[in-house]
Design a protein around this ligand. Structure first.
Ligand code: F6R
Ligand code: MG
Ligand code: MG
Length: 406
């Protein structure tokens, strides 16, 4: 009898540990990285330290009240970044409301200092249960904390969520970037990519390596198809990466600032090593964003001290912070791009920036017509719409901007 009871107790605790009885006792950890631009200093350059202070105060209260386990506040250019750990799962109304209220309080400070665009990413007056579609960008993941759990969080400014497509593909699917795909028996199983069509609001799951060409067929168009999650194909490991896919312009239907993205990636022991996670950023690939969200530019990896967009409101840049988790506590950060190993990438990014800037208002420095539809350009073209004269029949093709003379 006693033996049977012991067996039941062991099974129960194993199940609880798996997070099965979450309502009763959720052992899983959730990492939430939520960001918003609630005021720039000056213009769209960076976050003012007083906003960071206000956010820290609010999150420290939440930590003391047991709502979150730990937090770290930082900035990516003009975006205020709230990194939080807790046990409430993804899409938790309590955590989203905490982030919303934190942004609201920071907005009050921004308004007092008359910072630029105070509260600009808060698209609604009141919070309605979930931050999705309300302006802030969100990357969240829930998992069982391993005996040692390294994570990396990335935050980019003056670009869009699709900017992560190339580096995340390389981290989880390119053996020329990630040696572990060839050498590690676990990583050798491959990864599952969840890709979102941000125009249609649909998601598709594709497996690498066998469906790699489908994956690339989609994510090579980063303005529309965005990697949302990556999962290890070893079930016990589960989620490996989460990216914010919120596109403000598509929500609002017009240009309301760029959707500067964030991502969380778990590393090591069957997942890419920290050095495999940072490696793709040694190549400053071209992304959409930069000045007025209307230009292509190189994504420059920078330490926090250079997390400010000064040249032509850019060039687009990214910071990467590494932490170890200890029962949800954030041990860190380590400022991962604060390393001479990324000097060449920064130099290359500056050369590319110089070259592209010489094109002025011409494509491909300026974005394609489709992407420009979400900027203020259509309003400018409207001013001359009555001045066109017909000299040839209309071509049988659908144009971006519709018909310029309608
Ligand atoms: C915004 C941004 C900036 C602004 C630019 C013009 O995310 O990246 O480049 O678009 O500074 O701003 P406005 O039109 O507000 O003067
Ligand atoms: Mg801004
Ligand atoms: Mg920004």
């Amino acid at each position: 009898m006693c033996y049977i009871a012991i067996v039941f107790i062991i099974i129960y605790f194993k199940e609880v540990k798996k997070g099965k009885y979450m309502g009763v006792c959720n052992m899983k950890i959730t990492v939430s990285l939520i960001k918003a631009d609630v005021g720039g200093w000056p213009g769209h350059v960076r976050v003012h330290p007083r906003l960071i202070e206000a956010a820290k105060k609010k999150l420290s209260e939440a930590k003391n009240n047991g709502i979150i386990i730990d937090y770290h506040v930082f900035n990516a250019g003009d975006d205020l970044q709230l990194l939080m750990t807790h046990r409430k799962g993804t899409d938790s109304p309590e955590i989203h409301e905490l982030a919303w209220n934190t942004f609201k309080e920071a907005t009050q400070v921004a308004k007092k200092l008359k910072l630029y665009g105070a509260g600009q990413d808060l698209l609604s007056e009141t919070f309605s249960g979930n931050l999705k579609g309300m302006g802030p960008g969100i990357a969240e993941m829930e998992f069982e904390e391993r005996p040692s759990e390294p994570i990396v969080v990335f935050a980019a400014d003056k670009t869009e969520p699709g900017a992560f497509n190339l580096p995340i593909f390389r981290i989880f699917a390119d053996p020329f970037n990630t040696a572990g795909l060839v050498i590690s028996p676990t990583m050798n199983l491959g990864f599952k990519f969840s890709i979102m069509d941000v125009y249609e609001g649909n998601i598709i799951d594709l497996n690498s390596p066998e469906e790699m060409y489908y994956i690339l067929a989609l994510i090579g168009q980063p303005g529309r198809f965005v990697i949302k999650y990556v999962y290890s194909r070893k079930e016990e490991i589960g989620i490996a990466a989460a990216v914010s896919t919120d596109r403000l312009n598509l929500i609002a239907g017009k240009y309301v600032g760029k959707d500067d993205p964030v991502a969380i990636i778990r590393g090591q022991h069957g997942l890419p090593a920290i050095g495999e996670i940072t490696e793709p950023f040694a190549f400053p690939h071209l992304v959409a964003g930069w000045m007025r969200g209307s230009h292509h530019g190189p994504l420059m990896p920078v330490p926090l001290k250079y997390s400010q967009c000064t040249r032509f409101d850019g060039p687009p840049r990214i910071v990467g912070l590494g932490f170890q988790l200890a029962e949800g506590h954030l041990i860190g950060p380590v400022d991962l791009f604060d390393d001479p190993a990324f000097d060449l990438a920064r130099k290359k990014a500056n050369e590319i920036a110089d070259y592209l800037r010489r094109h002025g208002p011409f494509e491909p420095h300026r974005l394609s017509a489709e992407e420009m539809e979400y900027t203020a350009l259509p309003q400018v073209l409207d001013k001359i719409k009555n001045r066109w004269r017909k000299v040839a029949p209309k071509a049988k093709k659908a144009w971006a901007f519709g018909s310029l003379t309608d």
